[in-house]
Design a protein around this ligand. Sequence first.
Ligand SMILES: *[C@@H]1O[C@H](CO)[C@@H](O)[C@H](O)[C@H]1NC(C)=O
Ligand SMILES: *[C@@H]1O[C@H](CO)[C@@H](O)[C@H](O)[C@H]1NC(C)=O
Ligand SMILES: *[C@@H]1O[C@H](CO)[C@@H](O)[C@H](O)[C@H]1NC(C)=O
Ligand SMILES: *[C@@H]1O[C@H](CO)[C@@H](O)[C@H](O)[C@H]1NC(C)=O
Ligand SMILES: *[C@@H]1O[C@H](CO)[C@@H](O)[C@H](O)[C@H]1NC(C)=O
Ligand SMILES: *[C@@H]1O[C@H](CO)[C@@H](O)[C@H](O)[C@H]1NC(C)=O
Ligand SMILES: *[C@@H]1O[C@H](CO)[C@@H](O)[C@H](O)[C@H]1NC(C)=O
Ligand SMILES: *[C@@H]1O[C@H](CO)[C@@H](O)[C@H](O)[C@H]1NC(C)=O
Ligand SMILES: *[C@@H]1O[C@H](CO)[C@@H](O)[C@H](O)[C@H]1NC(C)=O
Ligand SMILES: *[C@@H]1O[C@H](CO)[C@@H](O)[C@H](O)[C@H]1NC(C)=O
Ligand SMILES: *[C@@H]1O[C@H](CO)[C@@H](O)[C@H](O)[C@H]1NC(C)=O
Ligand SMILES: *[C@@H]1O[C@H](CO)[C@@H](O)[C@H](O)[C@H]1NC(C)=O
Length: 700
Amino acid sequence: MRFGVWVSVALCLAVCQVAASTYDNEGRMVPTPEELDIMLPENKRRTLQETLLEARWAEDVKSALTRRWNPSGSYGPSNVACPALPEGSNYQGYIRNALNNELGPQEQDYLTRHRNQTRSGWQDWLSRAQLDGNGGIDGGVEQFLSQHQPVVGFAVSGGGYRAMLHGMGVAQGFDGRNDTANQRGVGGLLQLADYFAGLSGGSWCTGSMAINNWATAQDMLAYLNLEQNLVLPEDGKTKLYIDLFRDTDDKKDAGYPTAITDFWGRALSYHLLNRSTFPNEGQATTFSDIVNATNFKNAAYPFPIALAIGRQPSEVMINPNATYFEWNPYEFGSWQPNFEAFVPTGYVGSDLNNGEVASKDKTCVAGFENFGFVVGSSSTLFNAAYLQLLNSNSTKISSEIIKSILSDLSNEKNDVAAVPNPFKGYAPNGDGNNNHFLTSDYVDLVDGGEANQNIPFEPLIQKARDVDLILAVDGSGDTSNWPNGSSLVETEKRMNLSMFSSLKFPRVPDMNTFVNQGLNTRPTFFGCQAQGTNVNNTPPIVAYMPSYPYSYFSNKSTYQLEYKTSDAQSFVDNSVDVATMGGKMDDWHTCLACAIVQRGLLRTNKAFPEKCQTCYTKYCWNGEYNTTTPGNYTPPIGLPEFITSNGSVLTEPPVTGSNESSGSAVDSFFGDGAASLSEGVPRTLALAALTTVTAAFALL
Ligand SMILES: *[C@@H]1O[C@H](CO)[C@@H](O)[C@H](O)[C@H]1NC(C)=O
Ligand SMILES: *[C@@H]1O[C@H](CO)[C@@H](O)[C@H](O)[C@H]1NC(C)=O
Ligand SMILES: *[C@@H]1O[C@H](CO)[C@@H](O)[C@H](O)[C@H]1NC(C)=O
Ligand SMILES: *[C@@H]1O[C@H](CO)[C@@H](O)[C@H](O)[C@H]1NC(C)=O
Ligand SMILES: *[C@@H]1O[C@H](CO)[C@@H](O)[C@H](O)[C@H]1NC(C)=O
Ligand SMILES: *[C@@H]1O[C@H](CO)[C@@H](O)[C@H](O)[C@H]1NC(C)=O
Ligand SMILES: *[C@@H]1O[C@H](CO)[C@@H](O)[C@H](O)[C@H]1NC(C)=O
Ligand SMILES: *[C@@H]1O[C@H](CO)[C@@H](O)[C@H](O)[C@H]1NC(C)=O
Ligand SMILES: *[C@@H]1O[C@H](CO)[C@@H](O)[C@H](O)[C@H]1NC(C)=O
Ligand SMILES: *[C@@H]1O[C@H](CO)[C@@H](O)[C@H](O)[C@H]1NC(C)=O
Ligand SMILES: *[C@@H]1O[C@H](CO)[C@@H](O)[C@H](O)[C@H]1NC(C)=O
Ligand SMILES: *[C@@H]1O[C@H](CO)[C@@H](O)[C@H](O)[C@H]1NC(C)=O
């Protein structure tokens, strides 16, 4: 019955709608009414509801005439012959047991090839940073590199399009193809880096760059089509929803649960994939298709990773010890201590038990890990918001319509991305207690930011990857939609738990100190002081790169789903300034290089060069606290005081006299024409449409 199964979500919606805070009473993040307005103003929600109705009807008529499901080339996963079983004592069927802290063999091969190529680039980059020769590294850069080549990872935070644009802009500021980046010294680091991880909005950045053959941010702006609202484009909205219904129908017909994540992921694909390269807006494009990009084949760019959280079965609340799952082009799995298991990404969706094929016909499944679904699985935060849009201010009639439309989707799975559990029946070390998903049919993935650890450190602090420095690209919206260090604090909280004692993360101060000392206004290094006697026990250095208004107020709402082209450009340019400190700090390149080599110097028992000592004093957190509750954090446009004072002033920026109020984002993005839209749809029209739909359903 199409009308019967919407009760639990409807209940949630009732709760969600009254909740004024950003969490519902089960601990899930939900948008405030203001945020919902930014996502889609009230007068457009009716249009959204109508569009769904029209599209569902059109799609049902079409599918009633022909059963179109075609196992290949569609969004629906298909059965395929299983690949050869991997060989080696650390495999259980298709599951790679990573308890030995090793990389997957394909990632290892990628890194070996990549690092072989970047050797000469490092030589150049570190020499340009003046670390060669007098006052530089003892014995010179070349000798240093022969002993230890740095390992650098980018970690791009969540925060919707805001975080994506910040990640793109920072990447552009480090991109060796960009003149501004090169003139300001730090260009080329993007190509030298070994990893590029993203979470939620950050995974849109990571995924889009990697699958589009590492397009520059500048070129990406041309295909992202951000002027069109993600959930309600001005052009072709009905076609969008017909496609979404067709795709979810295909997946459902193939026997898989479908949910809002499928809608959301498909809508993302309309933007994140270059339409000229990916047919049908990536309907059949998978995340593992990244391996087919030329720059990936050549191992020319960092290894991309998208991060999500596996919600513990029978729990809704996400705890600090949550199990993170990563998607990389080769493997899907988790580094959670004592679980540490991975399966091939391309075959996720296959029915496995203890790593062995469990389907009756002994086939495997391909095409489950659709590109949009994977980056959507990292950003399920938007599921609740989307449901609220559909249901908000609804009359009894429109809510019935929505129920009828959405009852095709699995109501229990609407706040998650459900992945058929590849780790079912798998007991690492013979101990099932380490696998919280031992008996689950699905791994329910939720937004990587749900544990408030909004920066994807997890994949980069693993011993297997041995990263020396993490560029923590923070576009979080903590206070006035600016970051305030909370992601680092929350990650430290996790790392303080005894189960993670084998992992190392640098000490960071509380959020008040972050704000009072302006540590969130400019690049700050953490972990400089941690010079344990045993380098294996030393955490990576975290180079914190928070968003800041050099030239543009880039603190837009997480829920803003459309940007004018000129705004997106200003945003990216501003984040280029964040990466390059506006080109105003002569020693930025040298000091970043000092942080990058610091771990290698420890490993190779070399003294810290003198100019690095100055850098460490200047850019590292000095270990001091100021836990006073700060005033409102509303920085004005301009250079942070850290720069204007050449690093001598550590202070909270002045409160802005900005003319931008929190409401203006909505006005500037929806002002034009929004008011002229007719107030809602006549009820009779809705009613007539409902009748038509019901009639159409009755035909099936
Ligand atoms: C390493 O790079 C050099 C050229 O820079 C190339 O000749 C060699 O084959 C590469 N080795 C590997 C293992 O890729
Ligand atoms: C998009 O795809 C077309 C066709 O493959 C290509 O010419 C163009 O350069 C691509 N754009 C970007 C930004 O990658
Ligand atoms: C990569 O391309 C080849 C050849 O077009 C194709 O057979 C293969 O399936 C692709 N790999 C993935 C993971 O899509
Ligand atoms: C996290 O900790 C709680 C309570 O300490 C425990 O019940 C739960 O199983 C842990 N979860 C994971 C994924 O380890
Ligand atoms: C519902 O929407 C109408 C028109 O869009 C508006 O006038 C009315 O105030 C809204 N009601 C609620 C409860 O938000
Ligand atoms: C920092 O942001 C968090 C939300 O992420 C907020 O709870 C906290 O109050 C903020 N603290 C400061 C000092 O801005
Ligand atoms: C982590 O542990 C240290 C040492 O016990 C403590 O000082 C610090 O406050 C803890 N951090 C968090 C975020 O709880
Ligand atoms: C601590 O921070 C408060 C608020 O920003 C500031 O007024 C005070 O001067 C700071 N104290 C010190 C010792 O820097
Ligand atoms: C380099 O970055 C600047 C600043 O964002 C941008 O204006 C310019 O177009 C970029 N150049 C290229 C070639 O991408
Ligand atoms: C953005 O930050 C400015 C000050 O830095 C503040 O005045 C404004 O309200 C913020 N906007 C949003 C949408 O949070
Ligand atoms: C800024 O400070 C550094 C040392 O931290 C010094 O070497 C440099 O000359 C100073 N630059 C200016 C313009 O004062
Ligand atoms: C208003 O804000 C813009 C940046 O958004 C700035 O360029 C302009 O100077 C501001 N105007 C006033 C009067 O503060």
